[in-house]
Design a protein around this ligand. Sequence first.
Ligand code: GLC
Ligand code: MG
Length: 422
Amino acid sequence: MERLTSPARLMIVSDLDHTMVDHHDPENLALLRFNSLWEHAYRHDSLLVFSTGRSPTLYKELRKEKPLLTPDVTIMSVGTEITYGNSMVPDLGWVDDLNHKWDLGVVKEETGKFSELTLQAETEQRPHKVSFYVDKSKAEEVIKELSQRLEKRGLDVKIIYSGGMDLDILPQGAGKGQALAYLLKKLKSEGKLPVNTLACGDSGNDAELFSIPDVYGVMVSNAQEELLKWHAENAKDNPKVIHAKERCAGGIIQAIGEFKLGPNLSPRDVSDFLECKVENANPGHEVVKFFLFYERWRRGEVENSEAYAASLKASCQPGGVFVHPSGAEKSLVDTIGELRKHHGDKQGKKFRVWVDQVLATETAPGTWMVKLDKWEQSGDERIGCTTTVKFTAKEGEGLVWEHVEQTWSEESKLKDDSSWII
Ligand code: GLC
Ligand code: MG
Protein backbone atom coordinates (compact mmCIF):
# COMPACT_ATOMS: atom_id res chain seq x y z
CA MET A 1 0.00 0.00 0.00
CA GLU A 2 3.02 2.28 0.44
CA ARG A 3 3.21 2.32 -3.34
CA LEU A 4 0.57 5.06 -3.37
CA THR A 5 1.50 8.38 -1.84
CA SER A 6 -2.02 9.81 -2.08
CA PRO A 7 -5.54 8.36 -1.63
CA ALA A 8 -6.44 5.64 -4.10
CA ARG A 9 -8.84 6.80 -6.80
CA LEU A 10 -10.67 3.49 -6.52
CA MET A 11 -10.30 0.58 -4.14
CA ILE A 12 -11.92 -2.62 -5.34
CA VAL A 13 -12.52 -5.22 -2.66
CA SER A 14 -13.58 -8.39 -4.37
CA ASP A 15 -14.43 -11.92 -3.41
CA LEU A 16 -12.81 -14.53 -5.67
CA ASP A 17 -14.87 -17.71 -6.19
CA HIS A 18 -17.91 -16.97 -8.37
CA THR A 19 -17.22 -13.21 -8.18
CA MET A 20 -13.82 -12.36 -9.67
CA VAL A 21 -13.47 -15.94 -10.90
CA ASP A 22 -16.20 -17.59 -12.96
CA HIS A 23 -15.76 -21.32 -12.51
CA HIS A 24 -18.25 -21.88 -15.33
CA ASP A 25 -16.06 -20.08 -17.85
CA PRO A 26 -13.03 -22.19 -18.78
CA GLU A 27 -11.81 -19.36 -21.05
CA ASN A 28 -11.82 -16.84 -18.16
CA LEU A 29 -13.00 -14.16 -20.54
CA ALA A 30 -14.62 -11.79 -18.03
CA LEU A 31 -11.63 -12.08 -15.70
CA LEU A 32 -9.23 -11.29 -18.53
CA ARG A 33 -11.39 -8.30 -19.49
CA PHE A 34 -11.22 -7.06 -15.91
CA ASN A 35 -7.45 -7.61 -15.78
CA SER A 36 -6.78 -5.52 -18.87
CA LEU A 37 -9.08 -2.77 -17.62
CA TRP A 38 -7.36 -2.71 -14.23
CA GLU A 39 -3.83 -2.62 -15.62
CA HIS A 40 -4.78 -0.12 -18.29
CA ALA A 41 -6.71 2.39 -16.23
CA TYR A 42 -6.38 1.74 -12.50
CA ARG A 43 -3.20 -0.02 -11.40
CA HIS A 44 -1.13 3.15 -11.15
CA ASP A 45 -3.40 5.06 -8.78
CA SER A 46 -5.84 2.55 -7.29
CA LEU A 47 -5.88 -0.41 -4.91
CA LEU A 48 -6.92 -3.98 -5.61
CA VAL A 49 -8.01 -6.05 -2.63
CA PHE A 50 -9.03 -9.71 -2.79
CA SER A 51 -11.23 -10.89 0.03
CA THR A 52 -11.74 -14.64 -0.02
CA GLY A 53 -13.03 -17.41 2.21
CA ARG A 54 -10.08 -19.53 1.11
CA SER A 55 -7.13 -20.22 3.37
CA PRO A 56 -3.69 -19.11 2.15
CA THR A 57 -3.13 -22.68 0.84
CA LEU A 58 -6.26 -22.77 -1.32
CA TYR A 59 -5.81 -19.13 -2.37
CA LYS A 60 -2.37 -19.95 -3.75
CA GLU A 61 -3.83 -22.94 -5.61
CA LEU A 62 -6.45 -20.72 -7.24
CA ARG A 63 -3.74 -18.29 -8.35
CA LYS A 64 -2.04 -21.15 -10.18
CA GLU A 65 -5.26 -22.25 -11.86
CA LYS A 66 -6.66 -18.87 -12.92
CA PRO A 67 -5.19 -15.70 -14.47
CA LEU A 68 -5.56 -13.62 -11.32
CA LEU A 69 -3.76 -10.32 -10.92
CA THR A 70 -1.58 -9.62 -7.90
CA PRO A 71 -3.62 -7.67 -5.36
CA ASP A 72 -2.25 -4.94 -3.09
CA VAL A 73 -3.99 -6.50 -0.11
CA THR A 74 -5.13 -10.11 0.36
CA ILE A 75 -7.79 -10.86 2.93
CA MET A 76 -8.17 -14.59 3.44
CA SER A 77 -10.02 -17.14 5.57
CA VAL A 78 -13.23 -15.05 5.66
CA GLY A 79 -11.64 -11.88 6.95
CA THR A 80 -9.47 -13.49 9.61
CA GLU A 81 -6.10 -13.05 7.84
CA ILE A 82 -4.89 -9.84 6.17
CA THR A 83 -1.64 -9.62 4.21
CA TYR A 84 0.04 -6.91 2.14
CA GLY A 85 1.92 -6.82 -1.13
CA ASN A 86 3.51 -9.48 -3.30
CA SER A 87 5.27 -11.12 -0.42
CA MET A 88 2.03 -11.23 1.58
CA VAL A 89 3.27 -9.68 4.81
CA PRO A 90 0.73 -10.49 7.56
CA ASP A 91 -1.02 -7.76 9.55
CA LEU A 92 -0.27 -8.88 13.08
CA GLY A 93 -2.29 -6.06 14.63
CA TRP A 94 -5.43 -7.49 13.07
CA VAL A 95 -4.84 -10.94 14.53
CA ASP A 96 -4.43 -9.49 18.04
CA ASP A 97 -7.94 -8.08 17.87
CA LEU A 98 -9.43 -11.47 17.12
CA ASN A 99 -8.61 -13.28 20.33
CA HIS A 100 -11.35 -11.49 22.24
CA LYS A 101 -13.86 -14.08 23.57
CA TRP A 102 -12.51 -16.72 21.20
CA ASP A 103 -11.33 -20.19 22.11
CA LEU A 104 -10.61 -22.68 19.35
CA GLY A 105 -10.74 -25.65 21.73
CA VAL A 106 -14.24 -24.77 22.93
CA VAL A 107 -15.51 -24.26 19.37
CA LYS A 108 -14.18 -27.68 18.38
CA GLU A 109 -15.66 -29.33 21.45
CA GLU A 110 -19.15 -27.87 20.95
CA THR A 111 -19.30 -28.39 17.19
CA GLY A 112 -18.26 -32.02 17.72
CA LYS A 113 -21.68 -32.60 19.27
CA PHE A 114 -23.51 -31.91 15.99
CA SER A 115 -23.81 -34.89 13.67
CA GLU A 116 -25.15 -32.57 10.92
CA LEU A 117 -21.74 -30.88 10.64
CA THR A 118 -19.01 -32.34 8.43
CA LEU A 119 -15.57 -30.87 8.98
CA GLN A 120 -13.96 -29.23 5.92
CA ALA A 121 -10.38 -29.99 4.83
CA GLU A 122 -7.57 -29.48 7.32
CA THR A 123 -6.16 -26.57 5.28
CA GLU A 124 -9.39 -24.63 5.84
CA GLN A 125 -9.22 -24.85 9.64
CA ARG A 126 -7.43 -21.70 10.75
CA PRO A 127 -6.56 -20.09 14.09
CA HIS A 128 -9.66 -17.88 13.89
CA LYS A 129 -11.89 -19.90 11.59
CA VAL A 130 -13.46 -23.33 11.98
CA SER A 131 -15.31 -24.57 8.90
CA PHE A 132 -17.86 -27.27 8.13
CA TYR A 133 -20.29 -28.38 5.47
CA VAL A 134 -23.95 -28.53 6.39
CA ASP A 135 -27.03 -29.35 4.36
CA LYS A 136 -29.19 -26.37 3.39
CA SER A 137 -32.25 -27.84 5.08
CA LYS A 138 -30.47 -28.12 8.43
CA ALA A 139 -28.42 -24.92 8.38
CA GLU A 140 -30.77 -22.52 10.12
CA GLU A 141 -31.52 -24.83 13.02
CA VAL A 142 -27.88 -25.79 13.55
CA ILE A 143 -26.77 -22.13 13.52
CA LYS A 144 -29.36 -21.21 16.15
CA GLU A 145 -28.54 -24.07 18.47
CA LEU A 146 -24.77 -23.71 18.07
CA SER A 147 -24.87 -19.96 18.76
CA GLN A 148 -26.67 -20.55 22.03
CA ARG A 149 -24.24 -23.23 23.14
CA LEU A 150 -21.15 -21.18 22.34
CA GLU A 151 -22.60 -18.15 24.07
CA LYS A 152 -23.19 -20.24 27.16
CA ARG A 153 -19.53 -21.20 27.08
CA GLY A 154 -18.58 -17.51 27.20
CA LEU A 155 -17.62 -17.04 23.56
CA ASP A 156 -18.70 -14.28 21.20
CA VAL A 157 -18.73 -15.75 17.71
CA LYS A 158 -20.10 -15.12 14.25
CA ILE A 159 -21.56 -18.00 12.28
CA ILE A 160 -21.75 -17.50 8.51
CA TYR A 161 -23.48 -19.66 5.92
CA SER A 162 -22.24 -19.42 2.31
CA GLY A 163 -22.82 -21.04 -1.06
CA GLY A 164 -25.69 -23.14 0.31
CA MET A 165 -23.19 -25.50 1.96
CA ASP A 166 -20.34 -23.87 3.92
CA LEU A 167 -20.60 -22.98 7.58
CA ASP A 168 -17.83 -20.87 9.12
CA ILE A 169 -17.39 -20.01 12.77
CA LEU A 170 -15.28 -16.91 13.45
CA PRO A 171 -14.66 -14.49 16.31
CA GLN A 172 -17.38 -11.79 16.41
CA GLY A 173 -14.83 -9.13 15.45
CA ALA A 174 -13.74 -11.02 12.31
CA GLY A 175 -15.38 -11.41 8.90
CA LYS A 176 -14.97 -9.76 5.53
CA GLY A 177 -16.89 -6.63 6.58
CA GLN A 178 -14.87 -6.05 9.74
CA ALA A 179 -11.64 -6.64 7.86
CA LEU A 180 -12.66 -4.02 5.28
CA ALA A 181 -13.64 -1.55 8.02
CA TYR A 182 -10.21 -2.13 9.64
CA LEU A 183 -8.44 -1.53 6.33
CA LEU A 184 -10.39 1.68 5.69
CA LYS A 185 -9.57 2.91 9.17
CA LYS A 186 -5.91 2.15 8.66
CA LEU A 187 -5.85 3.96 5.30
CA LYS A 188 -7.69 6.91 6.81
CA SER A 189 -5.15 7.20 9.63
CA GLU A 190 -2.44 7.43 6.97
CA GLY A 191 -4.40 10.16 5.16
CA LYS A 192 -5.12 7.76 2.31
CA LEU A 193 -8.81 6.98 2.54
CA PRO A 194 -9.76 5.89 -1.02
CA VAL A 195 -11.91 8.33 -2.97
CA ASN A 196 -14.27 5.45 -3.82
CA THR A 197 -14.50 1.86 -2.64
CA LEU A 198 -16.40 -0.88 -4.46
CA ALA A 199 -17.16 -4.18 -2.73
CA CYS A 200 -17.98 -7.18 -4.91
CA GLY A 201 -19.43 -10.52 -3.89
CA ASP A 202 -21.78 -13.42 -4.53
CA SER A 203 -22.43 -15.33 -1.31
CA GLY A 204 -23.27 -15.23 2.39
CA ASN A 205 -19.82 -14.37 3.65
CA ASP A 206 -19.83 -11.26 1.40
CA ALA A 207 -23.00 -9.77 2.93
CA GLU A 208 -21.03 -7.82 5.55
CA LEU A 209 -19.07 -6.07 2.81
CA PHE A 210 -22.30 -4.39 1.73
CA SER A 211 -23.06 -2.90 5.12
CA ILE A 212 -19.87 -0.87 5.51
CA PRO A 213 -20.82 2.84 5.31
CA ASP A 214 -19.90 4.82 2.19
CA VAL A 215 -18.89 1.75 0.24
CA TYR A 216 -20.43 0.94 -3.13
CA GLY A 217 -21.44 -2.67 -3.59
CA VAL A 218 -22.16 -5.08 -6.40
CA MET A 219 -23.75 -8.46 -6.03
CA VAL A 220 -22.90 -10.23 -9.27
CA SER A 221 -25.84 -11.59 -11.33
CA ASN A 222 -25.06 -15.14 -10.25
CA ALA A 223 -25.23 -14.28 -6.53
CA GLN A 224 -26.39 -17.01 -4.16
CA GLU A 225 -29.87 -17.16 -2.71
CA GLU A 226 -28.61 -16.50 0.86
CA LEU A 227 -26.98 -13.20 -0.20
CA LEU A 228 -30.04 -12.00 -2.15
CA LYS A 229 -32.21 -12.85 0.86
CA TRP A 230 -29.89 -10.91 3.18
CA HIS A 231 -30.01 -7.96 0.78
CA ALA A 232 -33.82 -8.00 0.57
CA GLU A 233 -34.07 -8.00 4.36
CA ASN A 234 -31.27 -5.56 5.20
CA ALA A 235 -30.11 -3.36 2.36
CA LYS A 236 -32.75 -3.14 -0.33
CA ASP A 237 -33.13 0.64 0.04
CA ASN A 238 -29.41 1.33 -0.21
CA PRO A 239 -28.88 2.83 -3.69
CA LYS A 240 -25.15 2.18 -3.37
CA VAL A 241 -25.68 -1.57 -3.68
CA ILE A 242 -26.76 -3.13 -6.97
CA HIS A 243 -27.50 -6.61 -8.24
CA ALA A 244 -25.62 -6.71 -11.55
CA LYS A 245 -27.04 -8.10 -14.77
CA GLU A 246 -23.71 -9.64 -15.65
CA ARG A 247 -21.95 -12.62 -14.15
CA CYS A 248 -18.79 -12.45 -12.05
CA ALA A 249 -16.07 -10.01 -13.24
CA GLY A 250 -18.49 -8.79 -15.93
CA GLY A 251 -20.73 -7.58 -13.09
CA ILE A 252 -17.80 -5.74 -11.49
CA ILE A 253 -17.07 -3.92 -14.75
CA GLN A 254 -20.79 -3.11 -15.07
CA ALA A 255 -20.84 -1.63 -11.54
CA ILE A 256 -17.79 0.57 -12.23
CA GLY A 257 -19.82 2.04 -15.08
CA GLU A 258 -23.14 2.35 -13.25
CA PHE A 259 -21.63 4.08 -10.24
CA LYS A 260 -19.40 6.20 -12.50
CA LEU A 261 -16.26 5.22 -10.62
CA GLY A 262 -13.98 5.66 -13.63
CA PRO A 263 -13.33 4.16 -17.08
CA ASN A 264 -15.08 0.84 -17.71
CA LEU A 265 -14.15 0.06 -21.28
CA SER A 266 -11.72 -2.83 -21.15
CA PRO A 267 -9.02 -2.80 -23.84
CA ARG A 268 -10.26 -6.33 -24.60
CA ASP A 269 -13.53 -4.78 -25.76
CA VAL A 270 -11.71 -2.66 -28.34
CA SER A 271 -11.23 -4.63 -31.51
CA ASP A 272 -8.86 -2.45 -33.50
CA PHE A 273 -5.99 -0.75 -31.74
CA LEU A 274 -4.78 1.06 -34.82
CA GLU A 275 -7.90 3.17 -34.54
CA CYS A 276 -7.17 4.35 -31.02
CA LYS A 277 -3.56 5.26 -31.70
CA VAL A 278 -3.80 9.01 -31.17
CA GLU A 279 -4.59 8.88 -27.51
CA ASN A 280 -2.65 10.73 -24.83
CA ALA A 281 0.77 9.17 -24.77
CA ASN A 282 0.72 6.77 -21.85
CA PRO A 283 3.41 4.08 -21.62
CA GLY A 284 1.30 1.77 -19.41
CA HIS A 285 -1.46 1.76 -22.04
CA GLU A 286 1.05 0.98 -24.79
CA VAL A 287 2.21 -2.13 -23.00
CA VAL A 288 -1.29 -3.42 -22.19
CA LYS A 289 -2.38 -2.87 -25.79
CA PHE A 290 0.76 -4.43 -27.26
CA PHE A 291 0.48 -7.70 -25.34
CA LEU A 292 -3.21 -7.94 -26.14
CA PHE A 293 -2.38 -7.42 -29.79
CA TYR A 294 0.30 -10.12 -29.46
CA GLU A 295 -2.30 -12.57 -28.11
CA ARG A 296 -4.70 -11.79 -30.96
CA TRP A 297 -1.94 -12.03 -33.52
CA ARG A 298 -0.93 -15.51 -32.47
CA ARG A 299 -4.55 -16.60 -32.13
CA GLY A 300 -5.05 -15.36 -35.68
CA GLU A 301 -7.77 -12.95 -34.58
CA VAL A 302 -6.24 -9.93 -36.27
CA GLU A 303 -5.44 -9.77 -39.93
CA ASN A 304 -1.86 -10.48 -41.00
CA SER A 305 -1.57 -7.13 -42.71
CA GLU A 306 1.28 -4.86 -43.77
CA ALA A 307 -0.41 -2.02 -41.91
CA TYR A 308 -0.03 -3.73 -38.55
CA ALA A 309 3.56 -4.78 -39.11
CA ALA A 310 4.47 -1.30 -40.37
CA SER A 311 2.77 0.38 -37.43
CA LEU A 312 4.62 -1.85 -34.96
CA LYS A 313 7.98 -1.33 -36.63
CA ALA A 314 7.38 2.41 -36.70
CA SER A 315 6.93 2.45 -32.95
CA CYS A 316 10.33 0.77 -32.36
CA GLN A 317 13.59 2.68 -32.12
CA PRO A 318 15.70 1.45 -35.12
CA GLY A 319 18.66 0.52 -32.92
CA GLY A 320 16.43 -0.77 -30.08
CA VAL A 321 17.31 -4.08 -28.46
CA PHE A 322 15.21 -6.91 -27.04
CA VAL A 323 16.82 -9.09 -24.38
CA HIS A 324 15.03 -12.46 -24.41
CA PRO A 325 14.63 -14.15 -20.99
CA SER A 326 17.12 -16.81 -22.16
CA GLY A 327 19.69 -14.00 -22.34
CA ALA A 328 19.80 -13.85 -26.17
CA GLU A 329 19.75 -10.36 -27.67
CA LYS A 330 18.01 -9.29 -30.87
CA SER A 331 17.03 -6.01 -32.42
CA LEU A 332 13.46 -4.93 -31.70
CA VAL A 333 12.75 -4.59 -35.40
CA ASP A 334 13.90 -8.20 -36.04
CA THR A 335 11.71 -9.35 -33.17
CA ILE A 336 8.68 -7.80 -34.86
CA GLY A 337 9.75 -9.51 -38.10
CA GLU A 338 9.85 -12.83 -36.28
CA LEU A 339 6.45 -12.20 -34.76
CA ARG A 340 5.03 -11.94 -38.26
CA LYS A 341 5.98 -15.58 -38.95
CA HIS A 342 3.97 -16.71 -35.95
CA HIS A 343 0.67 -15.23 -37.09
CA GLY A 344 -2.15 -17.61 -36.21
CA ASP A 345 0.13 -20.35 -34.82
CA LYS A 346 -2.08 -20.58 -31.72
CA GLN A 347 -5.35 -20.56 -33.63
CA GLY A 348 -7.98 -22.79 -32.03
CA LYS A 349 -5.66 -23.41 -29.10
CA LYS A 350 -5.97 -22.36 -25.51
CA PHE A 351 -3.63 -19.37 -25.68
CA ARG A 352 -3.90 -16.24 -23.56
CA VAL A 353 -1.57 -13.43 -22.60
CA TRP A 354 -2.06 -11.05 -19.71
CA VAL A 355 0.00 -8.49 -17.87
CA ASP A 356 0.14 -7.85 -14.14
CA GLN A 357 1.46 -5.00 -11.99
CA VAL A 358 2.13 -2.60 -14.85
CA LEU A 359 3.89 0.38 -13.32
CA ALA A 360 5.45 3.25 -15.24
CA THR A 361 8.03 5.69 -13.91
CA GLU A 362 9.21 8.81 -15.71
CA THR A 363 12.97 8.57 -15.22
CA ALA A 364 13.78 11.78 -17.14
CA PRO A 365 11.52 14.19 -19.01
CA GLY A 366 10.05 12.20 -21.89
CA THR A 367 11.69 8.90 -20.86
CA TRP A 368 9.71 6.15 -19.18
CA MET A 369 10.52 2.80 -17.65
CA VAL A 370 7.59 0.42 -17.47
CA LYS A 371 7.88 -2.66 -15.32
CA LEU A 372 5.37 -5.48 -15.46
CA ASP A 373 4.86 -9.20 -15.14
CA LYS A 374 3.85 -10.77 -18.41
CA TRP A 375 2.11 -14.16 -18.47
CA GLU A 376 1.54 -16.50 -21.35
CA GLN A 377 -0.84 -19.46 -21.03
CA SER A 378 -0.53 -22.11 -23.69
CA GLY A 379 -2.69 -25.20 -23.19
CA ASP A 380 -2.20 -26.11 -19.54
CA GLU A 381 1.28 -24.59 -19.32
CA ARG A 382 1.86 -21.12 -18.00
CA ILE A 383 5.06 -19.13 -18.26
CA GLY A 384 5.74 -15.75 -16.73
CA CYS A 385 8.49 -13.20 -16.90
CA THR A 386 9.33 -9.83 -15.49
CA THR A 387 9.54 -7.32 -18.30
CA THR A 388 11.06 -3.87 -18.37
CA VAL A 389 10.36 -1.54 -21.28
CA LYS A 390 12.07 1.78 -21.89
CA PHE A 391 10.03 4.31 -23.86
CA THR A 392 10.85 7.74 -25.16
CA ALA A 393 8.34 10.32 -26.30
CA LYS A 394 9.17 11.51 -29.83
CA GLU A 395 7.72 14.69 -31.27
CA GLY A 396 4.82 13.78 -33.55
CA GLU A 397 5.37 10.01 -33.21
CA GLY A 398 4.08 9.38 -29.73
CA LEU A 399 5.89 6.80 -27.62
CA VAL A 400 8.76 4.83 -29.09
CA TRP A 401 9.93 1.45 -27.73
CA GLU A 402 13.66 1.79 -27.03
CA HIS A 403 14.59 -1.30 -25.08
CA VAL A 404 12.85 -4.42 -23.78
CA GLU A 405 14.37 -6.78 -21.26
CA GLN A 406 12.83 -9.92 -19.78
CA THR A 407 13.75 -12.41 -17.07
CA TRP A 408 11.87 -15.62 -16.23
CA SER A 409 9.70 -15.55 -13.15
CA GLU A 410 10.85 -17.88 -10.38
CA GLU A 411 8.39 -20.68 -11.26
CA SER A 412 9.03 -20.43 -15.01
CA LYS A 413 12.79 -20.94 -14.93
CA LEU A 414 12.66 -24.69 -15.52
CA LYS A 415 10.04 -24.66 -18.24
CA ASP A 416 10.47 -25.10 -21.98
CA ASP A 417 10.60 -21.72 -23.67
CA SER A 418 10.82 -22.73 -27.30
CA SER A 419 7.70 -20.83 -28.40
CA TRP A 420 8.47 -17.66 -26.51
CA ILE A 421 8.77 -14.69 -28.83
CA ILE A 422 8.36 -11.56 -26.76
C1 GLC B 1 -14.02 -20.97 1.01
C2 GLC B 1 -13.23 -21.65 2.12
C3 GLC B 1 -14.16 -22.41 3.05
C4 GLC B 1 -15.27 -21.51 3.52
C5 GLC B 1 -16.00 -20.92 2.33
C6 GLC B 1 -17.12 -19.97 2.70
O1 GLC B 1 -14.54 -21.93 0.15
O2 GLC B 1 -12.28 -22.52 1.56
O3 GLC B 1 -13.44 -22.87 4.18
O4 GLC B 1 -16.18 -22.25 4.32
O5 GLC B 1 -15.07 -20.20 1.55
O6 GLC B 1 -16.69 -18.93 3.50
MG1 MG C 1 -17.76 -16.34 -3.60
